[in-house]
Design a binder for this molecule. Sequence first.
Ligand code: DON
Length: 623
Amino acid sequence: MRELVAAKLGVDRGLGQRAELGVRCPLVLALAFLAACGGANPAPETTPAAAAPARAPGRAHGGAVRADAVVTGRPIVPADWQFSDKVAPVTAAHAMVVSAHPLASQVGRDILRGGGNAIDAAVAVGFALTVVLPEAGNIGGGGFIVYRDATGRVRALDYRETAPGHAAHDMYLDSSGHLTEASLTGHLASGVPGSVAGLYEAWKTYGRLPWPKLVAPAITLAEGHVLDAYRSRSIEAEAERLAQFPASRRQFLVNGHAPPAGTMFRQPDLARTLRLIADSGPDVFYRGQIADSIVAEMQRGHGLITKNDLKGYRAKWRTPIQTTYRGYTIYSMPPSSSGGVTMAEILNIMEGFDTLPAFGSAHYLHLEAEAMRRAFMDRNRWLGDPDFVRMPLERLLSKSYAAELRAQILPDRATPTPPFQASEGWGEDEGTETTHYSIVDADGNAASITTTLNGGFGSAVTVQGAGFLLNNEMDDFTGAPGQPNQYGLIQGEANAIAPKKRMLSAMTPSIVLDRNGNLFMVVGTPGGPTIINSVYEVIVNVIDHKMTLADAVAAPRINQQALPDVIFLERGGLTPATLDSLKAMGYKLQERGRQGDVQAIQQTAAGWVGVADPRHGGGASGY
Ligand code: DON
């Protein structure tokens, strides 16, 4: 039942979008995967790979790791892999913005060129995405920023939604203990939105330009912009759900359908809301007129969010997760996101292999899947809102614990995930209702930001008169231990519902430093639980497999999340021989559409390279 809802939520959309992905970068061919040698990477400070002794693939080392892994064999990618020739990397000398919508990236670039810094641009892009990417963006939702300033200080800002004060542990269970769909669609599905508070907090701490100037481009876009084919299709995919709520119907549909591509898309209510935010900051959202509209909407639909919930919302600065991988340093999001901890565990396990099988080979995917499985088992058991649960983070992040996990991996056999309860996972594509954007400014400040409404168009409820959608983030909680949420995740009590608690996220906005401590990559993606694995995969594609960023982002991805006990893989991304070998090792495989929508920046000798994932309609813009 919930899987059906997941399909309705838009996970089965977008195959048709491939048709419009023209060949934009003819130089990057499938063969580039075979030839990728990472000319853009800075020279490693330590022993070059060539000098390291050759070992059997997947062999673990006995001591400290600094050198590159020895990768045995060339990447194995099917010659007709659909995304390999569709990347349009952008190079710029000073600054770069990459987001899921070209118009939003241009807003960010203009702010940077006009004297704004990375946080100014982050605020402007965030508001612009609310307008041009309504399925994900986001003043009715929440998110995370990992920010590294040019001096090297790194901080994480948590503006995740919170459960309303009247939320209860079992609020989504029916009388027979089964999860209902109230956490997915409608007023009960929403947590208290955090985005306006978060963006304001970031700006108050680090911003340079006046606040109204950062909201202004979004107001202009809300007054009218041309709807593109991607967004028209994503509205159409959700038309049925949106039609259930009058304000959503009015804002997004014409005679029950999405406006066609090319329509001048006007959102006057949203423009008015943004004007209020430009003039009065978060006060009007959490205490004033917009708060009143949210509460009135809740009353109309029997939702839980009160004026007190809104008044009490706070964005929180947190210490980022920091880990190292073969001499690189990785910063990512701490709880209330599971992203940083889980990715660090995967990286720590993989770091212990000083030789790695080729990208795309069954043996490489086996090692990765086993690392992912073990990290996700810990995620699902231990992690939750740090203000509510105690977590063994030191142990989970330690290299010695990773060595224990690594030692459990069998050389050529899958280890089944212990049964909690089987789940079906979810549908074809995980959709685009979360979004990531990456920014580097001319001073070298970097911001990595992932925001979400959770499912497609969130709860599908638009706040009447205010023109923005509310999230359905409550579904990220453990509605019932042992029962899957819309992403098939089976989680424990650490992530159970409690009033004012933040639901555990998988968002993984990340920043990577090279071996000299210089800014190297800014990266993140949407994709529910697949987020963690997609970000990990892009990072190691660059570090281990020496792919250019464009190839690293285009490369096929897999996802293993402990339960359901399958490897999800992008259709057409693995060769038949690899598929057969994985099956022979005992893996269940499930092909799906696209995984993730990575927006990434890399520092290279030629300047900042920005890559928008060819899987969706994003854009990079720099100067
Ligand atoms: O916070 C999380 O982990 C989820 N709410 C993210 C959902 C998501 O990425 C859906 N996207 N495509």
